[in-house]
Design a protein. Structure first.
Ligand SMILES: Cc1cc2nc3c(=O)[nH]c(=O)nc-3n(C[C@H](O)[C@H](O)[C@H](O)COP(=O)(O)O)c2cc1C
Length: 371
């Protein structure tokens, strides 16, 4: 019996299996609004048989976008555009739909990766002054962000709350708060980006304060019978930066506030990072969070093989795996994993005839007839 294909409970939300499609920015929106690309992209991933699809980092304000083409959920047009896309996806697939709410902080005002990914200077098209805990640029030579004052912090709390209300109206099954990869909330956590001397900087408790406040406002604005969880970078991969001890402390504080799961990634706050990349390289961080915090824990990062994913879950290192690049490369990854692991997976009835002869029980409920 495959453990990867056992159902998973994330708070009140039941996933059919433990394969999650990681959030992936598409840098293809118009003024924050989803379009036909998102319909095709999310639509085809929704047919994959994964337990949950997490919609890409979705900005809570225009200035919180990484690039001017990021997806957003800050105005009525954004909400209407997503209602169309998610409505179509939901009508065609039983997959659970999560969404990652995000603010880029000092990594805002960038070009898309395929345009080089550099900062766009203020005054150029797609360029604006970024906001951050401290007026420290992400990389040397970049324009520094504006350090947030009390009114700026209050606006961001309100932006997250309003985006969560919009997400609730869209019927999303769960929300992930993006506190990883060097974006705004991670910037507050990391002593590399946070040099504040007020209640939001200095001690670990102070650095965790703003991310925890954001969790609270999102939790309060989203239906109580649906889960809210967080994605965290477990380490900055820089000496003196954010680390796994902080990650465990933050996860415990989140748990006490009703967080339903922790999605454990790493890195992103500093160009000085030295990442020890390899298959499943972030799994040990997930294992530590799971062992010490006890919340449902999602491992991510170079998980590419069905047997590897199965062993991460079966050995208890994590409760679920999330995949990004492997799902783009092979959008039927969960089908192939189920075939290899002797499990069953949901597939659209229109595709049932594709079930290979040697996997007679692969698709849930599949039965076909003809005259
Ligand atoms: C195209 C692309 C877009 C991504 N966008 C996001 C994002 O919106 N939010 C996020 O937290 N991580 C994002 N990531 C990181 C992935 O979610 C994932 O953590 C990372 O790619 C490692 O997993 P993998 O080895 O399975 O690709 C992105 C990765 C890719 C490849």
């Amino acid at each position: 019996m495959s453990r990867l294909f056992e159902p998973l409970q994330i708070g009140p939300l039941r996933l059919a299996n433990r394969i999650i499609i990681a959030p992936m920015c598409q840098y293809s929106a118009s003024e924050g609004s989803a379009n036909d690309w998102h319909l095709v992209h999310l639509g085809h991933l929704a047919l994959s048989g994964a337990g949950m699809l997490i919609v890409e980092a979705t900005a809570v304000s225009p200035e919180g976008r990484i690039t001017a083409a990021d997806l957003g959920l800050y105005d009525d047009a954004n909400e209407a555009a997503l209602a169309r896309v998610l409505g179509v996806v939901r009508a065609q697939s039983p997959i659970k739909l999560g969404m990652q709410l995000a603010h880029a902080g000092r990594k805002a005002s960038s070009r898309a990766p395929w345009e080089g990914g550099a900062q766009v200077p203020l005054g150029q098209p797609g360029g604006w002054r970024a906001l951050a805990p401290s007026a420290l640029p992400h990389a040397a030579g970049e324009e520094p962000p504006l350090a947030l004052d009390a009114a700026g912090l209050q606006k961001i709390r309100a932006d997250f709350a309003r985006a969560a209300e919009r997400a609730a109206r869209l019927g999303l099954d769960g929300l992930e708060i993006h506190a990883a990869h060097g974006y705004l909330l991670h910037q507050f956590l990391s002593p590399i980006a946070n040099r504040r001397s007020d209640a939001y900087g200095g001690s670990l408790e102070n650095r965790m304060r703003f991310p925890l406040e954001i969790f609270d406002v999102v939790r309060a604005a989203f239906p109580a019978d649906k889960p809210v969880w967080a994605r965290i970078s477990a380490t900055d991969w820089v000496p003196g930066g954010w680390d796994i001890e902080g990650t465990v402390a933050l996860s415990q504080a989140l748990k006490a506030r009703g967080c339903a799961a922790i999605h454990v990634s790493s890195g992103g706050v500093s160009p000085q990072q030295k990442i020890a990349v390899g298959p499943g390289y972030q799994v040990p961080f997930a294992a530590r969070v799971k062992a010490e915090v006890g919340l449902p824990t999602i491992a991510v990062g170079l998980i590419t093989e069905p047997e590897q994913a199965e062993s991460i879950v079966a050995s208890g290192q994590a409760d679920a795996v999330s995949l990004a690049r492997a799902m783009l490369y092979d959008p039927r990854w969960p089908w192939h994993a189920a075939a290899k692991l002797g499990a069953r997976v949901s597939a659209p009835h229109q595709y049932w005839r594709s079930q290979p002869r040697e996997y007679k029980d692969l698709f849930d409920n599949a039965s076909l007839g003809a005259r």
